[in-house]
Write a protein that binds this ligand. Structure first.
Ligand code: SF4
Length: 477
């Protein structure tokens, strides 16, 4: 399994905040993705109704997942393919390696797959003398840099065009040093030229899956580059890496969810390529792989069924929650320290690797609620982060300072008259102390805040005073 540095979130985040390339890339992302999504949603009046439908489809699947997975396996087998069940990343890697070694594979092409990241597939294949070649442009770039993706749909979103030009010049030394790489088009053309040969050399093609369809035994991928199609059509075998919850009952259901996926992810009505694959090449087919394998990974997901975290299994990996998250937008995806960043990562990461290995993540949120409001699958992300905070508290994982602070707060909160007296006295004192400048530039116990911005001095009445005034006014009317 990919090594996690999620417990070093604070240090990772500070590194992100101090990285000018990342900050410049994030500034563009924060405007681009949300604007495109908003435009696409505005053009589809039934978008919210589709979200309800998508949520209901997945809820139904999760209640009956065993039945749908077995039906899927039966259909894959009937179409001439194979389903392999993997409980752990180790089992999944071994299954892929066995297929590659049986076919004598020296090189494999890969479409974008978060499951491949989750199981640490590339390093494992390399350690067995098999070369993995990423064919998604973003994945190809980060493979050159030996980095992990920083976003689930845009793996290289943390980089600028200039940084990518430098990487290409460093990696593609056989090409003319005087070539022009200043435009995105020239960078894409160069990557395409190099990857084209790799497709023909590959013995096995590995892709992820956006959906698995129980009624037909098909896997579905959506891409904007067509790289997934070449990856899976040309080699001797196509291996699909998918987690259990990717299953949907019918083609109709997949189509309904596809309508919210593209709009939520990139603001497109549909991604450029939506590819359905069913079994290996049949007699008479012009192309297609000789073998078709689906590796179904659990890795802790079935343990979430029936718990307060089951709803995260509805996630379709659109990325909207991170595109709108103020924390992700400030620190970038690498700060989260494992495969899945942003709000969905703040829930999925502790679910899969244990909350003790991802303690800061459920706390890396302002709870503004934007993630839930844009999620096409209506996943209550803040609620689940709160559940993880509660678990951390129960298991004594909350940092000592926070425990003491919350303990003191709870002592006062259980004595409302004393609490109100202390709160209004403290607010009045702060208001008086800050009357000259209107803000504090340095405040004990709030150093994290005042280190980078001013703390406004309280003005006027407290919330409680206003609340009671309103209640009294209501009582009189
Ligand atoms: S949690 Fe929702 S918004 Fe975030 S990636 Fe998953 S489906 Fe998209």
């Amino acid at each position: 399994m990919m090594h996690a540095t999620s417990n070093q979130f604070r240090a990772n985040a500070n590194a992100g905040l101090a990285n000018p390339t990342l900050q410049s890339a994030l500034a563009k992302m924060k405007v681009g993705f949300p604007t495109k999504r908003a435009e696409a949603v505005a053009k589809l009046p039934e978008f919210d109704a589709l979200r309800d439908r998508a949520r209901d489809i997945k809820n139904h699947v999760l209640e009956n997942i065993d039945w749908y997975l077995e039906r899927f396996e039966q259909r894959v087998t009937e179409a001439g393919g194979h389903v392999h069940w993997a409980r752990t990343p180790e089992e999944a890697r071994q299954i892929v390696l066995d297929i590659c070694q049986r076919l004598g594979a020296r090189s494999v092409t890969k479409g974008k797959s978060m499951i491949a990241e989750e199981i640490g597939l590339n390093a494992y294949l390399e350690s067995h003398a098999i070369e993995p070649v990423e064919t998604d442009l973003g994945e190809y770039i980060i493979q050159l840099r030996n980095e992990a993706p920083s976003h689930i749909i845009a793996p290289a979103v943390h980089l600028t065009k200039d940084a990518i030009e430098a990487d290409f010049r460093r990696a593609h030394t056989h090409l003319d040093a005087r070539r022009d790489l200043t435009e995105p088009q020239t960078l894409v053309a160069e990557a395409r030229g190099i990857l084209r040969q790799r497709y023909f050399q590959a013995d096995v093609g590995i892709t992820g899956a956006n959906f698995l369809i129980a009624e037909t035994g098909s896997s579905v991928i959506v891409t904007n580059e067509g790289n997934g199609d070449l990856t899976q059509l040309l080699p001797k075998a196509h291996v699909v890496l998918a987690s259990l919850e990717k299953i949907v009952p019918t083609l109709e259901d997949a189509s309904a969810i596809l309508r919210v996926l593209g709009r939520s992810a990139t603001g497109q009505e549909m991604s450029v390529y939506t590819t359905f694959s069913t079994g290996p090449r049949r007699p008479g087919d012009l192309d297609g792989p000789g073998e078709y394998h689906v590796v179904l990974l659990d890795n802790g997901r079935s343990a979430l069924l029936g718990t307060e975290f089951q709803e995260i299994l509805r996630c379709i990996r659109c990325g909207a929650c991170m595109n709108h998250c103020p924390v992700y937008g400030a620190v970038g995806g690498h700060a989260y320290g494992w495969v899945y960043p942003g709000p969905m990562g703040a829930v999925l990461t502790p679910s899969l690797i244990g909350v003790e290995n991802a303690k800061p993540l459920p706390n890396a949120s302002t709870f503004c609620g934007k993630c839930e409001s844009v999620c096409p699958m209506r996943i209550p992300l803040p609620k689940m982060m709160r559940h993880y905070r509660a678990r951390e508290w129960q298991r004594d994982l909350t940092p000592r300072g926070a425990r003491i602070g919350l303990g003191i707060w709870a002592w006062f909160a259980k004595r409302p008259p004393l609490y109100h007296f202390m709160a209004s006295t403290a607010m009045a004192a702060l208001g008086w102390l800050g009357r000259k400048h209107g803000s504090f530039f340095n405040l004990p116990l709030a150093g994290g805040w005042t280190a980078t911005r001013e703390f406004p001095a309280p003005q006027g009445k407290t919330f409680q005073e206003l609340w009671w005034e309103k209640q009294r006014a209501k009582g009189r009317s």
